[in-house]
Design a protein around this ligand. Sequence first.
Ligand SMILES: N[C@@H](CCC(=O)N[C@@H](CS)C(=O)NCC(=O)O)C(=O)O
Length: 229
Amino acid sequence: MDLYYWATPNGKKCTIMLEECGLPYNTIPIDIGTGAQFEPDFLAISPNNKIPVLVDPDGPDGEPISVNDSVAILLYLAEKTGRFWVSEARARHTLMPWLLFQAAHIGPMLGQNHHFRVYAPEKLPYAIERYTTEAARLYGVLNTRLETHAWIAGDDYGILDMATYPWIASHERQGQDLNDFPAVQRWFAACSERPAVQRGMAVMADRKVDPDMDKDKWQNLFGNQNPSS
Ligand SMILES: N[C@@H](CCC(=O)N[C@@H](CS)C(=O)NCC(=O)O)C(=O)O
């Protein structure tokens, strides 16, 4: 399988899952700082010009398939391998809202928080305050869940933990102190101990987005422009 990747939280979710499943994979770097996400070949498999994308030569019908979006990739791999998934209906309907909580809240809000705290050329107090407060609220929601459950979905470690962990890994840059969220801290330590999580987080770690990127890179990533148009 080929994973089109850059070392960001959404990319790392997938390397963690591939490592957890013991699946062989190639990582194909898509340098989102140089605008590689806008190249026509990449847009053909990623219409929203984002990493990650997984290309599996052996899709469900035996034909190649490409899957874009990190959560869709986690679900794809869980279905393909039968691992880190819950087949029982009640457990699945408990997992899905939390998976959407990750996709719709944890990722986008912590991403915006990160943007205004780290990458914005102008430090806007209103935006920093808004997203840091929202991040703290989300950490609180997670903390309440983890006070009564070992893992986010319940008793078992799974794709929900893999989806959330790489975002929480940047807690300091999001202005959050894990001492304020003891259950998240306990869960974070438990995830961190897993060898597959360590391997997944380390993939191309030297290729992460540089907070001190130059103007061109900044424009590619945040300028809302398609450099190829
Ligand atoms: N919902 C998508 C979001 C993916 C996403 O935001 N990818 C970022 C890196 S983490 C990206 O490719 N950014 C490039 C750009 O916006 O031009 C997912 O979970 O995969």
